[in-house]
Design a protein around this ligand. Structure first.
Ligand SMILES: Nc1nc2c(ncn2[C@@H]2O[C@H](COP(=O)(O)OP(=O)(O)OP(=O)(O)O)[C@@H](O)[C@H]2O)c(=O)[nH]1
Ligand SMILES: Nc1ncnc2c1ncn2[C@@H]1O[C@H](COP(=O)(O)OP(=O)(O)O)[C@@H](O)[C@H]1O
Length: 226
């Protein structure tokens, strides 16, 4: 059984987690697991956790740790045969500890992007909610403004992406994120990337993962030849 690779990607709203996760999933064949997608699936399926989560999301709040953990850990149980990249979880120390009790992580990627850059990016972010596809009028615009490239359905801008909403989200993010990055720094697996452009960060993340992932698979190869 080849050793699997498990990573999380963290960063404030608009830092490029989704954008970079797609590139990682594509380049390294990892499963991209998004906690936001799991939440939306549960809300759509009207599961108990989904119904609870919806009441918090409607108020623009994070879902409570015990609800989020109960929703996410069983999904990770289904992924024991896969290498994956988890996006959007953990967001709190309690979530990081719950994840740590369920599985070992190889890398925690942390995106450190300036506030002004986040504001500018989210001002131009458009999304296609049914698919979660993300566009940006300055960075990766749709072929036709306001229209999803694949389905032709309309794109929307999220209420949460307005600059005034972002400031509140960022303040809350800063409070809850530091204990999580400290947790992974103490475990020696935190890698922080600071820049204003994804295209400048991507080569460093690509190099880091290229050094990690083949090692794991080559270990597996030598294990399997003995
Ligand atoms: N101008 C510019 N926009 C970028 C860059 N990288 C990502 N974006 C865009 O900025 C927005 C935020 O990127 P996302 O990948 O959605 O960021 P995120 O961290 O997943 O955001 P949340 O889901 O809100 O936590 C999107 O519209 C991206 O297309 C960049 O280097 N430059
Ligand atoms: N790890 C988490 N802990 C608590 N709530 C979460 C978590 N992940 C997602 N959520 C909830 O689901 C909502 C949608 O998540 P997501 O699609 O990642 O968007 P956002 O940009 O708001 O984080 C979040 O606003 C939050 O309320």
């Amino acid at each position: 059984m080849s050793k699997l690779f498990r990573a999380v990607i963290m960063g404030p709203p608009g830092s490029g987690k989704g954008t970079i996760s797609e590139r990682i999933a594509h380049s390294f064949g990892l499963k991209h697991l998004s906690s936001g997608d799991f939440v939306r699936e549960n809300i759509a399926a009207k599961t108990e956790a989904g119904v609870q989560a919806k009441t918090y999301i409607k108020k623009g709040l994070l879902v409570p740790d015990h609800v989020m953990t109960r929703l996410l850990l069983p999904r990770l149980e289904e992924m024991t045969k896969y290498s994956w990249l988890l996006d959007g979880f953990p967001r709190t120390l309690a979530q990081a500890e719950a994840l740590n009790s369920a599985c070992d992580l190889d890398v925690a990627i942390n995106l450190n992007i300036p506030l002004e850059t986040l504001k500018e990016r989210l001002r131009h972010r458009w999304i296609h909610p049914p698919s979660g596809r993300v566009y940006n009028m300055c960075f990766n615009p749709p072929r036709v403004q306001g229209i999803d490239d694949i389905t032709g359905e309309p794109l929307i801008q999220q209420e949460d992406d307005r600059p005034e909403a972002l400031v509140a989200r960022l303040r809350h993010y800063k409070d809850v994120a530091k204990p999580v990055t400290d947790f992974y720094k103490a475990k020696g697996i935190l890698y922080t990337f600071s820049d204003t452009e994804t295209d400048r960060i991507w080569p460093y993340i690509n190099t880091l993962l290229s050094t990690k992932i083949p090692t794991i698979q080559s270990d597996a190869r030598c294990a399997s030849t003995h």
